[in-house]
Design a protein around this ligand. Structure first.
Ligand SMILES: Nc1ncnc2c1ncn2[C@@H]1O[C@H](COP(=O)(O)OP(=O)(O)OP(=O)(O)O)[C@@H](O)[C@H]1O
Ligand SMILES: [Mg+2]
Length: 224
């Protein structure tokens, strides 16, 4: 569960305070498939970074999986993020010097405690599920955009997170490949029960999710 109450993100700029987010109240329940929709500069990524515990709000409350994160130290925030949240980005963000399998395994190497599953076997299972296991030993630059994004999704899933946050996951893909990726994210939601939040400026992409949240000028609006 993701719950934001009266969240503000304020930046000091030359001519005063700039509210990238203003009075955000938001509840995303477990196992929801949600789209966050807004034009460029509306505050989508800022919101995603706060939900994903990559950034803290200027004020307000952020509860992730029952934990009031404002009370947590940075080290505990990192652990919560590592255990509960997986990220998918527009640019895939794979490490070029690592093989596909090594990329997928990377989050498991930061795990503070011993995992209850075999990371290698689970990573291979995910790659098989996404039909890219034959690329396990290849390097990312040998893969198509859609394949790279599937690797990135496998990496996001390898710690068995409760939540997947995807920022413009189809932004660098052609329409057909983008549809495949959206279908895949939908499958994760339905079959694995992962809460999936997709951030996008594209109405068509957002329509694939079960519920859309509209952001405008740092605020959540009913429609836009
Ligand atoms: N560090 C910062 N200092 C000042 N302003 C910032 C900072 N980071 C973001 N902003 C501003 O906050 C607003 C929201 O930015 P954000 O990146 O969340 O937009 P976005 O909806 O993700 O846009 P896009 O669709 O282009 O990715 C923008 O006006 C941006 O310029
Ligand atoms: Mg953005």
């Amino acid at each position: 569960m993701i719950q934001l109450t009266k969240v503000n993100k304020v930046y000091e700029v030359a001519d005063g305070d700039f509210y990238a987010l203003r009075d955000i109240n938001l509840l995303i329940k477990r196992k929801e498939y949600v789209g966050i929709l807004g034009t460029s500069g509306s505050g989508k990524s800022t919101l995603m970074h706060i939900i994903g515990l990559l950034d803290r709000p200027s004020n307000g409350k952020v509860i992730i999986s029952g934990q009031d994160t404002g009370r947590l130290k940075d080290a505990d925030i990192s652990k919560l993020r590592g255990d509960y949240i997986g990220f998918v980005f527009q640019q895939f963000n794979l490490i070029q010097k690592l093989t596909v399998l090594e990329n997928v395994l990377l989050p498991t190497q930061y795990a503070k405690e011993k995992l209850e599953f075999n990371p290698h076997d689970y990573a291979m299972e995910l790659l098989r599920k996404f039909a890219i296991s034959e690329k396990a030993e290849s390097y990312p630059n040998k893969l198509s955009g859609g394949q790279q994004q599937r690797v990135a999704i496998a990496r996001a899933l390898v710690m068995k997170p409760e939540i997947i946050l995807a920022d413009e996951p189809t932004g660098n893909l052609d329409t057909a490949t983008g549809e495949e990726i959206l279908k895949l994210l939908g499958t994760l939601n339905r079959d694995l029960g992962v809460t999936v939040v997709i951030v996008t400026h594209d109405q068509y992409v957002a329509k694939k999710t079960d519920r859309q949240i509209f952001v405008r000028d740092g605020m959540i609006v009913k429609k836009y």
